[in-house]
Design a protein around this ligand. Structure first.
Ligand SMILES: C[S@@+](CC[C@H](N)C(=O)[O-])C[C@H]1O[C@@H](n2cnc3c(N)ncnc32)[C@H](O)[C@@H]1O
Length: 248
């Protein structure tokens, strides 16, 4: 078992990410349906990774399309794969974006759980959106978002051979427990929430597929994961409108 590395960085998995991101891809389809991007809208893809969904967004609008992600490796891959598509990419975290009323839509798929300071990030999103702009978020939700995965972590924390490696392990994710709590967080930052739902999605996979799914969840902080089975996944879908009356 490799050592736990304190810093989360997706760069290490940039090469294989798109091929392995099956869960993220299927969940993004629900989010795209919720957001209904129109063909002249300016869109920010927040936590864009290697840009596979940014490129999809590019095909939906003639407006400006920007992808932002703090991982240099992911953004490098995104730039490489988006040649000639007129997409702007920036290496930045959601906590550091400083756009002012620049977008009609913010799309954020499978990234919220990694935000270090979600409230700051959401306030930045509010500022980045034009009046009546909207943000759609899809992310794993709840502390036990994938019971088998959480159980595996608990096991390796207790297991003789791995407990030293995991002695200082701190869960790196941001989770709330109810759709109402997510709603409140966004309302606190000025948004009017029009839809907020936590769905339990159960999917069955082969061991190899399970390993690949968990590889991209864990490889940003463990160098050699050994993991078990994957079955259920709790996902948050939230669609939010910038409230025109309030300004931060
Ligand atoms: C699971 S990937 C999702 C990528 C892409 N949105 C997708 O759905 O395939 C999570 C992404 O969130 C990014 N991320 C991590 N912390 C972030 C932050 N604070 N702000 C914005 N993005 C962040 C990671 O670098 C990574 O590319």
């Amino acid at each position: 078992m490799g050592k736990l590395e304190g810093k989360i960085d997706f760069s290490k998995i940039a090469e294989e990410y798109e091929e392995l991101a099956t869960v993220q891809k299927s969940a993004s389809e629900v989010l795209l349906k919720l957001l209904k991007i129109r063909n002249s809208e300016d869109v920010l893809d927040l936590g864009c990774g290697t840009g596979h969904l940014t490129r999809k967004i590019r095909s939906l609008t003639n407006g400006k399309v920007v992808g932002v992600d703090p991982s240099e490796g992911m953004v490098r891959k995104a730039v490489e794969k988006s040649k000639g598509l007129n997409i702007i990419y920036e290496v930045k975290s959601a906590e550091d974006i400083d756009y002012e009323e620049s977008f009609d839509v913010i799309f954020c798929n499978s990234a919220l759980q990694w935000f270090k300071d979600p409230e700051k990030a959401i306030k930045n999103c509010y500022r980045a959106l034009r009046r009546h702009g909207r943000i759609g978020i899809q992310a794993p939700a709840k502390k036990v978002y994938c019971p088998n995965f959480i159980e595996a972590i608990e096991l390796v924390k207790r297991e003789k051979r791995t407990k030293d490696t995991f002695a200082h392990f701190k869960e790196p994710w941001f989770f709330l427990e109810t759709a109402e709590e997510y709603k409140s967080l966004f309302e606190k930052c000025g948004f009017k929430v029009v839809f907020s739902e936590i769905k339990t999605i159960v999917t069955e996979h082969t061991h190899e597929e399970v390993f690949n799914i968990l590889l991209i969840w864990s490889d940003s902080w463990i160098s050699k994961p050994r993991l078990l089975r994957y079955k259920a996944d709790k996902r948050l879908y939230i669609s939010i409108q910038r409230n025109s009356e309030k300004s931060l």
